[in-house]
Design a binder for this molecule. Sequence first.
Ligand code: FAQ
Length: 312
Amino acid sequence: EMSAQERAFQERIDAGIKIEPKDWMPEAYRKTLIRQISQHAHSEIVGMLPEGNWISRAPSLKRKAILLAKVQDEAGHGLYLYSAAETLGVSRDQLVDELHAGRAKYSSIFNYPTLTWADIGTIGWLVDGAAIMNQIPLCRCSFGPYSRAMIRVCKEESFHQRQGYDLLISLCRDGTAEQKAMAQDALNRWWWPALMMFGPSDAESVHSAQSQAWRIKIFSNDELRQRFVDQTVPQAEYLGLTIPDPDLKWNAERGHYDFGAIDWDEFYNVLKGNGPCNRERLRARRQAWEDGAWVRDAAIAHAEKRAARTAQ
Ligand code: FAQ
């Protein structure tokens, strides 16, 4: 049974009016947003690690400059998103603590290793491609600060996707047979984890119904996953690469590609912390936090001195 306040809130959402931080909101709405926005922020920050692994080994100055810019953008997205979460009454320190304690989730995709240079192109193409598919609708979500943050984030993600595809064009269309084989190997390893980024199937998605009613989600996990497959298959064809799914087939009746079954055991296993790089990723984040402690301490000491000076 909805209270009058809750009904009025739902009516605003249904009318497409944005909810702002100081507006009344149901506690569950606040909690859901803190959960999703903080997971999204953690994903951006942890997501710097797999690609950061290749900055010092980029094959040319141009590729290095592009990769540096991309990874820096991800840091920016993370900070932007932590700020959006803070408008809901949590602190960034709290959220970061949750991550470092292993209690907060971040996208499963960042628990896979980047083994070759082709992985960098493949991440841009598939991971950023999937991220855009999921985030363009979020520009229209009901919570003002999140929706506005997504506009800039999506513009940058589309550059990220483009640079990844451009890298793969170099390897697959202009490159040697060995380079093309390296790209195929990367696609074989990243394809299924990329499909898992959209989350569990609609039947298993616990939060979808409520989040759709609140317009935090506009499309379902399976709808976005299908769109991603439909968009990506022709791009693979242009590269001359084969998607590692024997069941992938155009279905003229549905007007979509049919695709094979996702290994949900693998997905849930990664969520439980048992993916190939989960431990390494958390260790790297904790280490970075500890290594940065002196900077935070110095900034606080400086701010306190300045405050004391102006108070005199
Ligand atoms: N990994 O009921 P649902 C990027 C969890 S893109 C880990 O369907 P919901 C850009 C889910 O949290 C990646 N956990 O949940 C980039 C929930 O667990 P909880 C980040 C997952 O929230 C590119 C449970 O499963 N993007 O970073 C995953 O309605 C390159 C049940 O699932 C976003 O976060 C998963 N893949 O839908 C950066 C976008 N999927 O919380 C660097 C915003 C599900 O109850 C390099 N988020 N879970 O413990 C969303 O749109 C939604 O949160 C979904 C999940 C669609 C991810």
